[in-house]
Design a protein around this ligand. Structure first.
Ligand code: NAD
Length: 482
């Protein structure tokens, strides 16, 4: 029997106005569950509940917030295999990737349990005699959270955990395509002891539930992760609302991985395979542009193509699968249209790009490797969000750096080199928020800031102790003691 999952509004599990059917992309006959889609009125009720819960929650002690977050972390980590399997089943990343992501969510809750205890203020002497100045941080209020489908548990975790740690209340709308993992962490937090209304789950469509959150005057801040197009709508709505909302937007990428002549070939190929193709290329930090210096170009392309030929694209839950399916038909159509476009633009499809049939019906696509790509082509400029890598040849380090920065995005960038000089220069001169040396552009630590520049990000960083920039607001208090 198909399980039915409800929304959490004001501490009650409630049915929605309609239902979203969550399908396994590795086996389209497998229904993960039926998930309630909230109505506009229900989204408004959730906002009212979060507003009502805010005064008491924001005044809880750090110890109370620590205990709830730690309890949630413990349960997520104890259930990481089961949660990872659910994630792989609904999103299509491989089981080790799914378990890895669930583990990360547990680690994030543990980190922010500690952050609840570490919130500090400052006291400074005033420029005026007899006056003291204190700077403290306070919770912002009701936070609207809108998340994408490609990290169904880690992204909700890295927004929910700091919001709660710092005393905010939440209205959370996960991606309509993957509500299962989001539902699971809300259930865990609810049972961990959150008071009613502190965390509200309203699953459903962006245009309806998401837009209601964006337009509502009682939502004080919006944290959004998703595409640039939707991010722009979020920003417009946050500015148009009265009062204006604080906002944080994490969006797309077209991340360069530079490979220099002096790189260790094996390291470079592994960084490219991992960064461009694992998780089916569906990562904002994917190495979607491989910028390779002339002297190593042919050896690199040959070794990469060989490596791709040996990868197994199959059911995400099957042991030995390296690359799971694309998330759904519409993303698959987008990937295929870019593969056709690349050939039309004059790039060479060196390997892959074919649809594949497997034992179970799913959205299986062979990883595609383009060579002879010019950085002005659309396949080098637009985010494809699939297992498609493009190789751009560069004459020198200087040209490779210039190409890597010639993009509207600036999330992550990598370089493979054995030269300290070039590694250091690249770290200083890359226009990305995160820079990797001899590592894939994807794959980050959970205790340090995450985010980008240019068209990839807007607002303050997520994760690590930097998360407090968004989830708290600073108060400066002056006291005249006589
Ligand atoms: P998307 O923009 O289509 O959707 C993101 C979220 O916004 C979903 O929950 C969706 O329902 C909601 N939404 C859509 N229209 C809306 C509207 N009018 N009002 C309010 N909400 C609305 O993105 P996606 O396809 O789910 O995710 C893929 C994108 O996310 C890629 O561009 C990827 O690079 C990006 N991403 C960025 C990061 C990062 O941290 N920079 C991380 C992961 C994914």
């Amino acid at each position: 029997m198909t399980e039915h999952f409800k929304n959490l509004i004001a501490g009650e599990w409630v049915d929605g106005a309609s239902v979203s059917i969550n399908i396994n992309p590795s086996d389209t006959n497998d229904v993960v569950g039926h998930f309630a889609r909230a109505s506009k009125e229900q989204a408004e009720q959730a906002i009212a509940a979060a507003k009502a819960a805010f005064p008491a929650w924001s005044r809880t002690t750090p110890q109370e917030r620590y205990e709830i977050l730690k309890k949630a972390s413990d349960e997520i980590l104890a259930r990481k295999d089961e949660l990872g399997k659910l994630l792989s089943r609904e999103e299509g990343k491989t089981l080790p990737e799914g378990i890895g992501e669930a583990t990360r969510a547990g680690q994030i809750f543990a980190f922010f349990a500690g952050e609840a205890l570490r919130l500090m203020g400052e006291t400074v002497p005033s420029v005026r005699p007899g006056v003291g100045v204190e700077m403290t941080r306070e919770a912002v209020g009701v936070i609207g959270m809108i998340t994408p489908w490609n990290f169904p548990i880690a992204i909700p975790a890295w927004k929910i955990a700091p919001a709660l740690a710092h005393g905010n209340t939440i209205v959370f709308k996960p991606a309509d395509l993957v509500p299962g993992s989001a539902w699971a962490i809300v259930d865990i937090l609810n049972r961990a002891g959150l008071p009613k209304g502190v965390l509200n789950l309203v699953m459903g469509r962006g245009s309806e539930v998401g837009q209601t959150i964006l337009n509502h005057k009682d939502v004080n801040a919006i944290t959004f992760t998703g595409s640039v197009g939707t991010g722009r709508k979020v920003a417009e709505a946050a500015i148009a609302s009265s009062p204006m909302k604080k906002m944080q937007l994490e969006m797309g990428g077209k991340n360069p991985l530079v490979v220099l002549n002096d790189a260790d070939l094996k390291t470079a190929v592994e960084a490219a395979v991992n960064g461009a193709f694992f998780s089916t290329g569906q990562r904002c930090t994917a190495s979607s542009r491989l910028i390779v210096e002339e002297g190593i170009h042919d050896a690199f392309v040959a070794a990469l193509a060989e490596r791709l030929k040996g990868l197994s694209v199959d059911n995400a839950l099957k042991a030995g699968t390296h690359i799971g399916p694309v998330v759904d038909q519409s993303q698959l159509d987008q990937d295929l249209s870019y593969i056709a476009l690349g050939q039309k633009e004059g790039a060479t499809l060196t390997w892959g790009g074919e649809l594949l049939n497997r034992e179970t019906p799913g959205f299986y696509l062979q990883p595609a490797l383009f060579t002879g790509v010019d950085n002005s082509m659309r396949i080098a400029r637009e985010e494809i969000f699939g297992p498609v890598g493009v190789v751009i040849k560069a004459k020198s380090y200087d040209e490779a750096l210039a190409i890597s920065n010639d993009t509207d995005f600036g999330l992550s960038a990598g370089i493979c080199t054995s030269s300290l000089k070039y590694a250091t220069h690249f770290k200083r001169n890359s226009e990305a928020g995160m820079v990797m040396v001899n590592l894939p552009t994807a794959g980050v630590d959970y205790h340090v800031p995450f985010g980008g520049r240019k068209g990839s990000s807007y607002g303050s960083r997520e994760q690590g102790s930097y998360a407090k920039e968004f989830f708290t607001t600073v108060k400066t208090a002056y006291t005249f003691a006589g």
